[in-house]
Design a protein around this ligand. Structure first.
Ligand code: HEC
Length: 188
């Protein structure tokens, strides 16, 4: 009993140490090196922080990932108008899947989506490819932020940190989501 307890404590201590050396913490260090009187969320989008080319940290600091530009990848299907294509690609303008709980669009972009779905009272049944291996956390954050604030949409910004935490929490997901699996998250 005693030795088991010691093992658990040792494991906890190891985890704490790993977390302290992990990516999340090195980003924290970056942020705290910025203007001291600004809250993290503002500094995150401060383009003056994006001075380290070619690193995730540069993208995460905002400014380098251009949501409008990156959206061309989505516009192939969802159209530049955000209105989609009847019978094939659902709309992003006014979509309840996009505009409520940010975790829903983040999960969809990371892992894709396949199966029957109703968007704005219209049914679709097709497939969207996953982007987890093609887009960084900062790029996904920039794209979804762009979509949530275009075509009359006005939902909150998404940060690279939010994408990173959903990416970590869903890393076991190997197949596209089924819409039914995500539907319950919309209102949360
Ligand atoms: C290959 C075409 C294609 C591309 C590229 C694509 N999507 Fe989709 N997307 C779809 C389809 C098809 C669905 C509906 C899937 C279904 O029927 O289950 C969908 C569903 C969605 C939904 C949920 C429904 C809605 O309309 O709100 C969101 C949000 C979304 N896509 C965002 C994106 C974003 C962001 C990108 C770019 C990173 C993107 N999509 C790229 C085809 C695509």
């Amino acid at each position: 009993m005693n030795s088991r307890r010691i093992t658990i404590f040792a494991a906890l201590a190891a985890c704490t140490t790993l977390a302290a050396c992990g990516g999340a913490d090195s980003r924290d260090t970056d942020r705290t090196s910025g203007p001291a009187n600004e809250p993290n969320s503002v500094m995150y989008f401060d383009s003056t922080q994006a001075v380290i080319p070619g690193t995730a940290a540069a993208g995460a600091a905002g400014g380098t990932a251009n949501g409008a530009e990156l959206f061309t990848r989505c516009a192939v299907c969802h159209q530049a108008s955000g209105l989609g294509v009847t019978g094939a690609y659902p709309p992003l303008a006014g979509s309840e899947w996009l505009l409520n709980n940010p975790e829903v669009p983040i999960r969809i972009v990371l892992h894709g989506l396949q199966g029957p779905i109703t968007v704005k009272s219209t049914s679709f049944n097709s497939a969207m490819t996953p982007f987890a291996d093609q887009l960084s956390d900062a790029e996904i954050a920039a794209i979804i932020t762009y979509e949530r604030s275009s075509w009359g949409n006005s939902a909150s910004k998404i940060t690279a940190e939010q994408v990173a935490s959903v990416r970590a929490a869903t890393k076991a997901q190997t197949a596209p989501w089924k819409p039914d699996e995500l539907k319950g998250l919309i209102g949360k």
